[in-house]
Design a protein around this ligand. Structure first.
Ligand SMILES: *Cc1c(COP(=O)(O)O)cnc(C)c1O
Length: 482
């Protein structure tokens, strides 16, 4: 079926990777989660000039494995608590591989009927899972950043069309300026999307409360003072605290003024898929557009995000690309290219299809609920210790931990040493943030493999880093990291 003669050679290489993968995935990483080598070493190994003549494929692969692996961050480990990352279910990883083997251009029905129909199926499943309106349109993106861009492009089209302005035809110059009210708790990628859409200058921040939730009185004032069409950006799952905006009230206030509500719900969206957590996101189905991620909490490999829009017409109007050479899907079927900013892309929906099909609705709910329970266990275990507090209400999977040093160093110095110790070790890799002016350890539980034993080991590692770093104040050297 594939190009004649390549089957055997490809199969040999895939066997090499398969054998390597089995070993790699089994390694419990008892030495360290972070990179084993520094940057100059990685450059020496990997960044030499491109030679004139290439090497055979097996040699190249072996070189990449030997020299690339030492610089990996093992973020798929069940005791990894950094950023908001998650790992990858075996079924997701295997389907990702299948996606490469099939190598479909997922842009059009014409370029991959299977990818088109699988996207239709996945779209339907996700709309049902999150309880969104049944007519919601869906685009499968590289991540939540592109999903934010997608949702806000639809918003821009819609609110300007309401003023009789066709932004796709006439551009922004001369358009009635919209007011974009953005929670101070919103993610940076919301701001970048607005900048890319030419709307950066229209952004007005809306104040938040002590958890990072949009304040309704501030929104009400801003909406009343705003001129022109309004777009309100809310946050479902603050990137630090996990806090969730009062979505139902935001939708009421904004819709009363004829505005559009866009929600960045990169990980918070998944609470909607849990019967136990659904009441934390009450009203989520009333927004106009949503952006979320597959590659964080659903535990599929990078890249995978999802954009949803309650208004399919402006969604397609903003992103559609027609050309004589692009055969449209028959009978109004799905061309994935019409719903996201990219054109040729992996058949990204395959991994979503396989992972959702593997988990079922119960499995998704169980994953999300388990991570939230473990985050509360983590918070409770840490808050038990002298000099350690938890600074946020643990409503989802995020825990923010400031430390009080006992040796006279500043909070920031003490935290930097804790972070260095955790990043040097095998358990509890985490990174810092500043929360309400105070340096905090930022912890996130989103890996499908994490158990209460893993969380207890992380608590021990964090408490021990806190207790011992105070005694031995010094800076970590590269040698120690290796
Ligand atoms: C990660 C994240 C994003 C950006 O998503 P990508 O998948 O990295 O593109 C946006 N918002 C929040 C809250 C996030 O955590």
């Amino acid at each position: 079926m594939t190009a004649a003669g390549t089957g055997g050679a490809t199969a040999d290489l895939l066997h090499t990777i398969s054998d390597y993968s089995a070993n790699y995935l089994q390694d419990p990483r008892t030495e360290h989660t972070g990179s084993a080598v520094d940057r100059s070493e990685l450059r020496r190994r990997l960044a030499a000039p491109l030679p004139r003549t290439g090497d055979d494929a097996e040699t190249v692969l072996n070189h990449l494995i030997a020299h690339g692996e030492p610089g990996l961050l093992h973020s798929g480990a069940p005791t990894f608590l950094g950023f908001v990352m998650g790992g990858a279910y075996p079924v997701a990883m295997a389907t990702e591989w299948l996606t490469s083997v099939w190598d479909q251009c997922g842009a059009l029905y014409a370029t991959s009927p299977t990818a088109s129909v699988v996207e239709e199926a996945v779209s339907r499943w996700l709309i049902t899972l999150f309880g969104l309106p049944s007519h919601t349109s869906v685009g499968i993106t590289t991540g939540c950043a592109m999903a934010n861009l997608t949702g806000l492009a639809a918003a821009r089209h819609h609110v300007l069309a309401g003023q009789g302005w066709d932004v796709e035809r006439d551009g922004l110059i001369g358009a009635p300026p919209p007011s974009i009210l953005v929670s101070r708790g919103c993610h940076v990628t919301v701001h970048r999307a607005l900048r890319l859409l030419g709307l950066g200058g229209q952004v007005q921040p809306v104040d938040t409360d002590d958890q990072g939730r949009m304040r309704l009185d501030a929104l009400e004032t801003a909406l009343a003072a705003a001129r022109g069409p309004r777009i309100v950006c809310g946050q479902v799952g603050n990137v630090d605290s996990g806090a969730i905006d009062p979505i139902a009230d935001i939708c009421d206030l904004t819709h009363d003024r004829g505005g559009w509500v866009h929600l960045d719900a990169a990980f918070g969206m998944w609470a909607a898929a849990s019967p136990q957590l659904r009441n934390r996101v009450t009203g989520i189905e009333r927004a106009d557009s949503w952006a979320t991620d597959g590659h964080k909490w659903l535990n599929v490999p990078y890249d995978c995000g999802i954009a949803f829009c309650a208004h399919p017409v402006p969604h397609r109007a903003a992103l559609r690309t027609g050309a004589d050479y692009l055969t449209p899907a028959p009978d109004g079927g799905r061309d994935p290219v019409d719903f996201t900013p990219d054109m040729s892309r992996r058949a990204r929906s395959l991994v979503l299809w396989a992972t959702l099909r593997h988990l079922g609705t119960d499995g998704v709910a169980e994953l999300i609920e388990r991570c939230c329970i473990l985050a509360r266990r983590l918070a409770a275990g840490l808050a038990n210790t002298d000099g350690v507090t938890v600074d946020n209400d643990v409503v989802l999977n995020q825990v923010l931990v400031p430390f009080t040093p006992v040796d006279g160093s500043t909070d920031a110095e003490h935290l930097a040493r804790i972070v260095a110790a955790l990043q040097r070790g095998p358990v509890g890799w985490a990174s810092p943030t500043i929360w309400r002016g105070r340096p905090c350890l930022r912890l996130s539980v989103c890996n499908w493999q994490t158990t209460s034993d893993h969380i207890d080991a992380c608590i021990d590692a964090i408490v021990s880093a806190h207790r011992t770093t105070g005694a031995a104040a010094r800076t970590t050297t590269i040698e120690e990291l290796v």
